[in-house]
Design a protein around this ligand. Sequence first.
Ligand SMILES: [Fe+2]
Length: 199
Amino acid sequence: MEFKEKKFNIGELKGISAKTTEEHLKLYAGYVKNANSILEKIPEYEGYKKEDAFAPYVISELYRRFGFEYNGMRNHEVYFDSLSDGPKPINPDGELIKSITYLWGSFDNWLTQFKAIATTRGIGWAMLYFDRKEKRLLNAWVDEQHLGQLQDCTLVLALDMWEHSYVADYQPSGKKQYIEDFFTNLNWSKVEENFSKAY
Ligand SMILES: [Fe+2]
């Protein structure tokens, strides 16, 4: 049973070039491929355990690596899906905006906080999760692909803040403009769909 690479209908985006998207999708494909190949390799190294003293270390490292590759795959699926089918505004009467307003006072308060999280130094992701136990939204920062993921929470919105997602188009100093353009390009109906499925 393999993880399958998903396809996305991404049209012209404000600020993010077609070349960047093309290269970025190749990176996503790499995460899918590596998640599959790690799962395939582990039983192979299990077989070497008796003869090869290093095999257990290789297995440990493969498991450590799996969290990086698997989350890299899933994070990018949420990110690219939310940039698919053209930009759409958030439904002003929808459940997501109600939930955001309930927790942060207003949509703009939430947006300001989320954008501030996205400017965290270093590579990673600004995330909006739905905590299924408490039935509430949570903002978070995830380092790399996997460090800081919130257990048993469902990803609703994912903003890639790795340099590969914006530096070619914006230069390092254009990070804030990339964040602005991400929200201009965002298809909120995809985010709302993630939220409605998260319950
Ligand atoms: Fe990425």
